[in-house]
Structures are given as structure tokens and as C-alpha cells.
Design a protein around this ligand. Sequence first.
Ligand SMILES: [Zn+2]
Ligand SMILES: [Zn+2]
Length: 435
Amino acid sequence: MGKRKDRKHELERYSRGRLQMTLSRWVVNSLDEDYAFDFEVRPTEGFETDSRDKHGNKVLPSPFYVQLKSSEKFNDQESVWHDLDTDFLIEDCLQASIPVVLVICDRDWEELYWCVLQSYCWDVLDEERNEWREQSEVRVRIERKPLSDSIKLSELRSALQEAEHRLSTRHYVASARRGTLHHPAKMDVASSTQVREYKREVVEDALDIASAGRIERALSKLMEVYQMAEEDEQTLEAVRYLLELRVVDGPGSALTKISLANVGLRLADQFEREGLLDEFETHADDAIEYLDETFIGAQYRGPRGLPIRILGLGPMGSVEIGMIAHVQHGFELTDLNAQTIAEGDQYERIESGKSNDPVSEACAEREHDFGIKELRDTPAAAICSACGLSHVVIEEWLSHDVPHVCDGCGEIAYEVEIQVNDSRTRERLLCTGCT
Ligand SMILES: [Zn+2]
Ligand SMILES: [Zn+2]
């Protein structure tokens, strides 16, 4: 008996050591027996890559709890498991205010495996095992995805962020339903059904408010639903009415509508609402047409006072996140966040893009007009006096041939050769006549 206890104690020590080692870059606080959980972990680094939510806001990692379980070995190549008390899941995990990560240590494989317990309850148990709340114990089975790899690959970070977003949505819904403000030690967490029901009520409210003519208020209610975690059919409804009620009154709202329409297209497909696809396509097309007319070709003054000319638009990774503008900034060819230019305080519009199409208004190839002095001294910064595009933009964005000044005869030439004399003198450009 004593020997077995020793062995168990030794296994526990091993798994705690292994966890501390794996999370060594973070603050790992061991919690005493009064707490429901074994550790509280505060990530401090290692989430290096800029992490952003679907609205492009920067997200910092928050603390989470760890419940550590260990086993000598599992006779299974694919998964590991532990039987947890149902009370622990319902009373402690599902009422925790931050994510709870179950970590299972497999001594034989010398690895740690993990899952976020709240997500497991909502997505696996609630969805697939209806009766789990009636049992005294529940088997939690997780795939063999090593914790150390998940930290490296940022999988843990994404899972924690998603869980946090879902938790904040559920806390919010629970407090909205309760109607009074109080701060219990344990958080009230709404169920999946309550979240769906709440979203449905807010969408309905928004439509009533809209029909009473208070469009701004209706839009902000719909936005609230749109930003809540766990996309469902109510998210789709919110997107639908956001698109319907929002009038395009500038490039900023047109850009927002393009993102929303793309979210709508994905959700309509996901929830098999093909009837909405045409509607969303039309919203996106109208907004793109508006931007073509007013934004592309427009001139802004940027934060450093330099002129910015909008040359074109492209998706920012995914169009759902937003769009980038390809711009001539001063003389440079660069990419900026289109929404920031359209709505940022630091950008002032000098000229609208109306009837300005940078491609069709550019000079024909080899007909750009550069000052010879500028072209000789600072060729990349030279700007064509006829179309306003810079040397580098003409070369890299229009793919036109660009002229150079011959270092031999001083004339402007398109065909030049680079001549390198030695390491101390700078390279010379020579026209075909001078080589
Ligand atoms: Zn030109
Ligand atoms: Zn020459």
C-alpha cells in the first residue's frame, strides 16, 4: 500500500516538474488545496507573433488555470484520457472566469497533452453526450497533441483566446439576463441556449428600433451581436441587417461593408442560407464600385505631411479582416491599412478619387516627364510632372520602362548599362552610345 502511494507521489512530482519545465518562460503559480485548480499560469512571452482578433484588435494573453493529471502509460497511440468528477466540471470549470486547461501527463511517452475544459464541455459533452451532467464522473479524452508543440505553434494561444471570447460573451449574457449588477465570487456563465436566445432578442430589438427610425442605435445593437463569440444564425442575421441598414457615406463605411459582406457570404454558406448569397454579393459589389469611384485615385495628406495617392486595393490576408491600399506615399510604393486612411484622424483627404484612375491617367510607357536634375541626383524619388507618379511606382507598379541619366554624356536614356570600376568609385550608368 505504502509503496503504491510512493509511486503515485513520485509520478505526481514528475508531472509537476515536466509542466514547470514546459511553461518555464511564464509565471506558473502553484495553488494550494483550497483552490479547485492546481496552477494559475500567466503567459509573459512566447506569444511573440502579433495576435489579433477578427476585428484586427491586438490581443494580449490572459492568465489561465491548469488542472494537472498524470498516468504511467496509456495503451493508445491516438489519445489520452482522465475521468473527472462531474461536479468539478460543472461547479468549478464552468463557473471559472478564465480558461481552465486540463493537462494530462503520460510518463511512458514523456509528454504532456492538453485541452481547454470549458470548450470541451460546450463542444464535446453538451453536443455529443446529452446525459453527462447526470453522471458522477466524465471521461475527458484528448488527442496526443504535445503541449510544448502547441505553445510553439501558437495553438494554445488561439484556443485560449477563443475560450476567453466565449467566456466573456457568456458572462455578458448571464449578467444581461440577470439585469442587476453584482460581482459573485464565481461567475455566472450563460448556457449555449441562453447565448443564442439573447442574440435573437437583441436582433429583434434592433429591428424594432430601426423601424422607429433610430438607425444608429439599431446598428450598434446589431454590432453587439456580431461581435459576440460563437458565430451562429443570429450572427448571420446581425450581418444581414447591418448591411441593409448601413448607408455608404464614405470610403470607411464602404470598406466595412465589404468585410461584413464577406463574413455574411461565409456564414450563409455555413448555415445553408443560399437565399442570402445574392444579397451579400450585391452589397459587396456596390461597395467596391463606390471605392473604385471615390477612393482609388484619391489623394490624402499623411501623418508626416507627405502626399498619399491611392493606387489600388487588395485583401488584408482575408477580406473579412479588411483591405490594404497600395499607395504612393511621398515617392515610395507601399501598402497601408485602407480603413486607417479612410477614417484615421491623421489622414486628410486633399482630393477625391472621382474620375481619377491612376492607371488610365498615367502617361503612356516612355512618355513620362522627369526633370533631368532630379533624375540624375535622386532617381528613385523623381516624380513625373505629367501624371504625378514616381520613378519607383512607374517601374514597379505600372511595370513601365523608366529612364536614367547617362553618367557619360548626361543625356536621358532608357537603355543603360551598369559599369563597376572598383570598390571605391560608385557604379556608373552608361547609355549604349557611351559604353
Ligand atoms: Zn507620367
Ligand atoms: Zn551617354
